[in-house]
Design a protein around this ligand. Structure first.
Ligand SMILES: Nc1ncnc2c1ncn2[C@@H]1O[C@H](COP(=O)(O)OP(=O)(O)O)[C@@H](O)[C@H]1O
Ligand SMILES: [Mg+2]
Length: 408
């Protein structure tokens, strides 16, 4: 196969260094691609019979990647992962165009976020191919795929029930998506009683349980069908499984799902029921942060201390402790100093209790952060969201700032 790519370099029809390579599986697409290549004056070797596997092999041989690479994805078990791999191997100067029989907008979006420039649905039309060739000439460089750097994984755990962990998870995810402009996924692992989709007035998607219970079937399509989108930047995965059915999954399945999500999102927030922690030890190892949410109470001290201990033993990162529903409309049982002394660590963020504000958002199915962005609850959660996203506080350009700058 060596030399295939260079055969049609610098042909009269294309600028120097320009090249095209197609790997197509079916006869019809092959004939169309051959005809178009012929019209462009390119060598017949520009169009090969084959698919993604052949392209991976070619790129693995260190051959220079073409400017435009058309790859048949039919028969590829995980098109998303394949495209991500192809994109990273070919590098940013190659426009990667997928070809396949599936006519599915979610798949299309997935492939784009994996690094494809376009996706053509079979039967391959000559005009469609001409169109991508024109585009390749106009905009030779495509954006770097997002998955060169996996998204940040943040695990949120309530040390006791009802402490406000889901409220923390939902609202920090919302703030990161809307205010910090991070592409965010929120995964609610309470498949029976989870409230994350409910809090945002979304119907849970279908497929989360299947994705977790049958990881061998996990692919970008299944993940896409498990996901509902709150907005361009916020996707939520949740379920409302029948209460009479138990659901069980292991760390391998969760790990595979998280890897998939981290490939397409800048931040992944996991709302994790505390009883799932021990069984999902490997997930803690790859988390950027574990956020422990507690109320200020004696039981909270005991359970926060125990959770910090177990997370350390399980190989997790240092915990970010959040005291939730602390003060405001509810008097805490113990004060912050006593709590901190009890757990032997500092509280990183104090989220006050604001019954009316939180209840109003719940009733309207909106994030508190959306309905009451200036509330004390949201101010505290904004600080946490910035820490989760590893974002810098915006520099305030107040009058004082200007004086300081000029007079310093
Ligand atoms: N800061 C807060 N102020 C007032 N009510 C809150 C606050 N945080 C959570 N709540 C309420 O407390 C209840 C439990 O919250 P939730 O986030 O579901 O907790 P968890 O996930 O820890 O069980 C909900 O009714 C929620 O609206
Ligand atoms: Mg919860």
């Amino acid at each position: 196969m060596s030399g295939v790519v260079t055969l049609f370099k610098g042909s009269p029809e294309t600028p120097a260094g320009d090249s095209f390579l197609a790997f197509v599986a079916d006869e019809d697409s092959y004939q169309v691609a051959r005809a178009v290549a012929g019209e462009m004056g390119w060598s017949g070797a520009a169009v090969q019979r084959g698919g993604a596997g052949d392209v991976l092999e070619m790129l693995g041989h260190d051959l220079p990647p073409p400017k435009l690479l058309l790859v048949d994805l039919d028969g590829t078990a995980n098109p998303f992962a394949t495209v991500a791999k192809l994109a990273s191997m070919a590098g940013p100067d190659t426009r990667l165009v997928g070809l396949g029989s599936a006519n599915d907008i979610d798949l299309y979006r997935d492939l784009i976020s994996a690094g494809a420039s376009d996706y053509l649905v079979k039967p391959l039309a000559p005009e469609a191919l001409h169109h991508v060739i024109r585009q390749a000439k106009q905009t030779p460089r495509r954006a770097q795929p997002q998955e060169t750097q996996p998204g940040r994984l943040i695990v949120v755990v309530g040390v006791r029930g009802g402490v406000g962990a889901s409220t923390v998870a939902v609202n920090t995810a919302w703030l990161m998506a809307h205010e910090l402009k991070r592409k965010t996924a929120l995964l609610d692992l309470d498949l029976h009683f989870g409230t994350d989709t409910l809090a945002l007035d979304l119907e849970p998607g279908r497929g989360l349980r299947e994705a977790l219970e049958t990881p061998n079937r996990l692919d970008s399509l299944l993940v896409a069908s498990s996901m509902v989108t709150e907005s361009d930047r916020l996707s939520v995965l949740g379920a409302e499984e029948p209460l009479e059915e138990s659901v069980s999954f292991g760390p391998a399945a969760l790990g595979a799902l998280l890897e998939e999500l981290r490939g397409t999102h800048e931040v992944v927030v996991v709302d994790m029921p505390r009883h799932l922690l021990p069984a999902n030890r490997p997930v803690l190892g790859s988390a950027e942060q574990v956020v422990l949410v507690s109320e200020l109470s004696l039981a909270g001290i005991r359970d926060t201390a125990r959770m910090m201990q177990v997370i350390k033993v399980l190989g997790g990162p240092a915990c970010v402790v959040v005291a939730s529903r602390a003060g405001g409309s509810r008097k805490p049982q113990v004060d912050q100093a006593t709590f901190e002394k009890g757990i032997g660590a500092k509280v990183a963020h104090l989220v006050p209790d604001e019954d009316k504000t939180v209840a109003a958002a719940t009733n309207q199915g909106k994030a508190v952060a959306q309905l009451s962005p200036a509330s004390a609850v949201v101010k505290a959660l904004r600080g946490l969201a910035m820490q989760m996203a590893d974002a810098q506080a915006p520099v305030k350009k107040g009058l004082l700032g200007w004086f300081k700058k000029d007079g310093a």
